[in-house]
Design a protein around this ligand. Sequence first.
Ligand code: FUC
Length: 825
Amino acid sequence: MNILKFTFLISVLALLPLAPSNAQKGGKLKMWYDKPASNWNEALPLGNGRIAAMVFGNPSNEQLQLNESTFWSGGPSRNDNPDGLKGLDSIRYYIFKGDYRRANTLSNQFLTAKQLHGSKFQVIGNLNLNFQNSDSYTDYYRDLDLEKAIATTTYKVGDVTYKREVFASQPDQVIVVRLTASKPGQLSFTASFDSQLQKSSTALDAHTLEMTGLSATHEGVIGQVKFATRAKIINRGGSTSVESNKISVSKANEVVILISIATNFVDYKTLTANEVEKCTNYLSSAEKKPYSKIVKDHLTSFQKYFKRVSFDLGTSPAAQATTDKRIRDFSKSTDPELVSMYYQFGRYLLISSSQPGGQVANLQGIWNGSNNPAWDSKYTININTEMNYWPAEKTNLTEMHEPLIQMVKELSESGKETAKVMYGSNGWVAHHNTDVWRITGVVDFADAGQWPMGGAWLSQHLWEKYIYSGDLKYLETVYPVLKSACDFYKDFLIEEPTHKWLVVSPSVSPENTPAGHRSALVAGCTIDNQLLFDLFTKTIKTAKLLKKDAAQVADFQKILDRLPPMQIGRLGQLQEWLEDWDSPTDKNRHVSHLYGLFPSNQITPYTTPQLFDAARTSLTYRGDVSTGWSMGWKVNFWARLLDGNHARKLISDQLTLVEPGKNAVMGGGGTYPNLFDAHPPFQIDGNFGCTSGITEMLLQSHDGSIDILPALPDEWKNGSITGLRAYGGFEVSIFWENNEVQKIIIKSNLGGNCRIRVPNELNLASTKALQLASGENPNPFFEIGKVKDPLISVSAKLNPVILKTSYLYDLPTKAGKIYTLTCEK
Ligand code: FUC
């Protein structure tokens, strides 16, 4: 390393002012606080998709709580109940007979996993930095700059200003801490690691700490994931010394600490990597770079993604306050800038927790402070994991989607055996949970776990990635997974006795029990039918695009034709089940039957107005306030229902401050001081769900056209959003004033007709070839799968769908060209 250069850079930087002036506090994309974090839900998250830290920012005792995405309990394992086939026919028999209790008992006996309900995402430990004489400090400030992905803490002790900057570098695979002071020789502290799962913790020399550990044994599976972590302390000035497993730094001018973490994980079946070697390798390459280069590379790699989308809703005086205060006051103040920051925080979290080649963002993304986290912090695939990835394509983060696509491919391998062993079926199946070992059996108990549709929902993401990019090469790589998912249902579906429809049984409408049933087990619930409609439609489309498997396509089409239609029940609601069992007082957080409204496009205002009205009735009965993720979902629903003010109300419900430490509850979620979503407890899906929902308020492309500002709330009078993605390879930027579109910039990546719907008239002369739309949209990416007409109960009252005026245009585009459209004045 060029030590001289490194030293020079450090000394130049040390002369710069260290504390932000009042005018610099906070800022558009800075979460900021005037106190150290007193608990985990006040600490600030950093991550590079593989390793992560929560930064507490305490002057006398800094704590960096560390995670690594492959550090899970147990080891490669499966959880299929081998008795499945013995019980399946009887369970189905009792369901059709209406004896749901009996079916439930048998299901728990024959289908639910015998012992293994999934492993736990675990904690590496903490790096602690204990500073001398720092108990009385003044001028405290800490922030997380979302644009830079750097957490900064500053404070004064006496007349010395101290500054800490921390970030997680993706290119260098280390967490970097830099400590500076406004006067020389002022940095004295002791550094040490600790962990509940540690095997050893030592100081290898006067600059290097090392800790190793092993994951916990859980549900009979021995803990086999080994980790190694090292911290390299590089001081300028002063000295360092070793005290047992701690390193003391005395009177340094400036210190950089590089933290490296690695495990023996190779893939979900293999744990043969050498964690110490990996950990050392990351560290020794990072050490060779000067700090300035590490920061520069970090910024380049992070901003490449982050800056693709900018979002401006203006500002207001409320934006001057600390972030926790802004959340507390949100419902009684006007603070649209908190919405735009919260939106970008969702994108920040996805970039920080999900990177190509890495693991999928779990229930807590990649941030977990407990070795017994709620729901094991694993993958709940009956909504939560999918929700994490709703913003990926539309907010221009397609690379972040890759770990999920990889997981679906892996589940299609592990789920083959589950399909065979439990149900005697071909193809692959996954139920309502999985983990890093890609388990695909039934976990917990029948009412939640007996949902053989997790794979069907996840598979939608394979198509989703395609419809935004048009990348046929990619589509070819996922086609076998789609086909094999259909193969499973081809064998597994059975005919229900009344209408002779093909249905899934046994199943549940996720985690909801029809009133009076005392068992959630049913056949043919609405979400299952909707998921199958999408799965088969998309698989058939894929096969046709790739010119493959004509015979299978014909078979799949026959199945598609025999799926149940959606039904509108006695209350005018969309029925959640095959029978009209919906209760108007049901407030369950899951709203699974509205999968057809969002994320799917089976229910839309322009194509299926009756179902659209019924979906609104169902959602109105379900109510607003619920768990964090449920409210995040509802922002998307109300956006799809074209009601911007209601969507805005849900954002306000979600931005309700939740005091840290609240245990899991099934209603009354909100947001923690660090902007993490509160189920409670912390669950990241709500963050991602809301970011997706805000996008849906401003841009939609699922109903035959690109819909500009489809659900703009009155409050967001002026604003702009740039760089969003729409179906068919379009990138869209929107500028509006007084709730009217002023300008739209469209980049066409694939060419083809761009049909756009706008709430106010465009100036036809603003772009050559812009014309009023006519006929069907010829762009194949906008073709909508036609659902069957709904069956409507005789007592259902339906309201006509009244839509606001909008204008529909066609713009023939060329690949690679940018078009600017302005409004008619
Ligand atoms: C499902 C939801 C819960 C929670 C859990 C992780 O079980 O019903 O609300 O989000 O997943």
